[in-house]
Design a protein around this ligand. Structure first.
Ligand code: ZN
Length: 194
């Protein structure tokens, strides 16, 4: 069992789950395409494959919007429920053992059932990856913090629209939600020792 200490408190990491946020067609190459998104596909793929091999749950949570959702006023229609834009990109297609949940706000926890899934699987640490560092990753990390999960974000598996948003987004995660910033290679090294 790995122990994480941030200087003031210590967390025993007993069960980890990879949570993949919004790696959907509309966000990677579609309506709200993010230029940096292509770079994080391979690291996320590598991490997910290793997690499955270690019997760690891989959970996808992605937008599946209805026209009445609050975000429509900000972003316009995107990743609409049942549309091709709301489908997970083929490079990261879920395995039959993975869990796929839908969300309708920035947070992967809000009214998605994610908390119940994680608690049922005895997960206390989430490895949060996907899009975008300063938006859905940030709001998902906020709820994870409020629900007392420990969160690890491999910095090579998240991105934002600009380098500034990426940098300030990561800083905010660490500073206010106690997120452990890591890399895929460092996580895989830790898993080798388990
Ligand atoms: Zn959305």
């Amino acid at each position: 069992m790995r122990v994480f200490s941030n200087g003031t408190s210590t967390i025993k990491i007993s069960m980890e789950s990879v949570v993949v946020v919004d790696m959907l067609e509309d966000f990677v190459g579609g309506k709200l395409a993010c230029r940096e998104a292509a770079k994080i596909i391979e690291p996320i793929r590598k991490l997910s494959i290793a997690a499955r091999a270690k019997k760690k749950p891989v959970i996808y949570v992605g937008d599946a919007h209805l026209p009445s959702d609050p975000e429509m006023i900000i972003w316009g229609e995107h990743a609409m429920k049942g549309s091709p834009g709301a489908s997970i990109i083929k490079e990261l297609a879920p395995s039959p053992t993975d869990i796929v949940l839908e969300k309708r706000t920035y947070s992967g926890f809000r009214e998605t059932g994610l908390d119940l899934v994680l608690r049922s699987l005895k997960v206390n640490t989430i490895i949060l990856v996907g899009l975008h560092t300063h938006l859905c990753i940030r709001h998902t990390a906020a709820d994870a913090f409020f629900l007392n999960y420990h969160t690890i974000v491999p910095v090579d598996c998240v991105c934002a629209f600009s380098p500034q948003e990426q940098e300030s987004g990561l800083e905010y995660l660490h500073k206010f939600y106690g997120v452990e910033l890591s890399t895929v290679s460092s996580i895989l090294e830790n898993w080798k020792k388990e």
